[in-house]
Ligand binder design. Structure first.
Ligand code: CP
Ligand code: NVA
Length: 311
């Protein structure tokens, strides 16, 4: 049995990422209900709107039954270890989705789980968001090969997964953060190695967005970072995406944000609520891309079952 855990975008090969994005656009009725008769565990250690709803709906659309569980109820590494949670739940569910504070928790679950583990956001990765973001950009801008896409703000979990996906799809990804929050050279090298595109650091936001078809940002203070909120808010003060900043990007450039957003912090209201904002297209694509990923994961499994039956 081929178990495909997806803890970050780099768990997919470039052709597999393209297959997932293609499946995201296949009508539900053509997907054949691969989760029929199965349940899926969705465990959330942090709050969620988009991820919970898109994953629950995707599971139902694929014929399955989602079981939402709050982190404190399961008590990963509190009531029992992440390994015990994964091995118990793998006996009930077709896959385990987990939103966790620490990335090593999803890694430890995947290491022992007999069913796929899907990272629904950790401190370092948000692959489900990156899938929706590149799908939305492809719909807006066509093939991303050679297109400049910029990120202005915290180089956080959302930014890291998006950088991976963009490099894999051949885009030029540019990151602009205050120097003390910049990606390390080894982080940049490791993302650069994933595909034909590139990722680079450009300190000044106005320089970073030049020539960009898409400008992305996210909150400066992610869930779990509340204790450093004041320090980060001060450091990122010059990194708000404003209409003035957007004027430096390619004419007609679109604005993207994974949401939830804070108007007046990382983005000016005039940008996120303006005509070039694509944030609700992104949010709606969370459903289609989640369904595409799940359909792909179960296609891999059924192909492996067929192969082993023939051998
Ligand atoms: N973008 C995103 O993951 O939103 P939620 O935290 O609401 O799931
Ligand atoms: N970077 C944010 C994304 C929320 C969807 C966080 O981790 O809180």
């Amino acid at each position: 049995m081929s178990i495909r855990h997806v803890l970050d975008i780099s768990d997919l090969a470039v052709n597999e990422l393209n297959d997932v994005l293609a499946l995201a656009q296949v009508p539900v009725a053509q997907l054949g209900a691969p989760l029929s008769g199965h349940c899926a565990a969705l465990i959330f250690e942090k709050p969620s709107n988009r991820t919970r709803h898109s994953m629950e709906v995707a599971v139902v659309q694929l014929g399955g039954h989602p079981v939402y569980t709050r982190g404190e109820e399961v008590g990963i590494d509190v009531r029992e270890t992440a390994e015990d949670v994964a091995q118990v739940m793998a006996g009930y569910h077709a896959f385990l989705g987990a939103r966790v504070f620490r990335h090593d928790v999803v890694q430890r679950m995947a290491a022992v789980s007999s069913v796929p583990v899907v990272n629904m956001l950790s401190d370092v990765a948000h692959p489900l968001q990156a899938l929706a973001d590149v799908l939305t950009m492809q719909q807006q801008h066509g093939n991303l090969q050679g297109k400049r896409i910029s990120w202005v703000g915290d180089f956080n979990n959302v930014a890291k997964s998006l950088a991976q996906a963009c490099v894999m799809l051949g885009a030029e990804f540019v990151v602009s953060t205050p120097p003390q929050y910049r990606p390390t050279d080894s982080e940049l090298a490791s993302i650069n190695s994933l595909g034909e595109g590139s990722v680079q650091y450009v300190a000044a936001p106005a320089e970073a967005v030049k020539g960009s078809v898409a400008v992305h940002t996210d909150v400066w203070i992610s869930m779990g970072e509340e204790s450093v909120a004041a320090q980060k808010a001060a450091a990122f003060a010059g990194f708000m995406v404003t209409q003035h900043l957007m004027a430096n990007a390619q004419q007609g450039a679109c604005f993207y944000h994974c949401l939830p957003a804070h108007r007046g912090s990382e983005v000016e209201a005039g940008v996120i609520d303006g005509p070039n904002s694509r944030v609700f297209e992104q949010a709606h694509n969370r459903l289609h891309s989640a369904r595409g990923l799940l359909a792909w994961i179960f296609q891999q499994q059924s192909a492996a079952v067929k192969d082993s039956a023939q051998s």
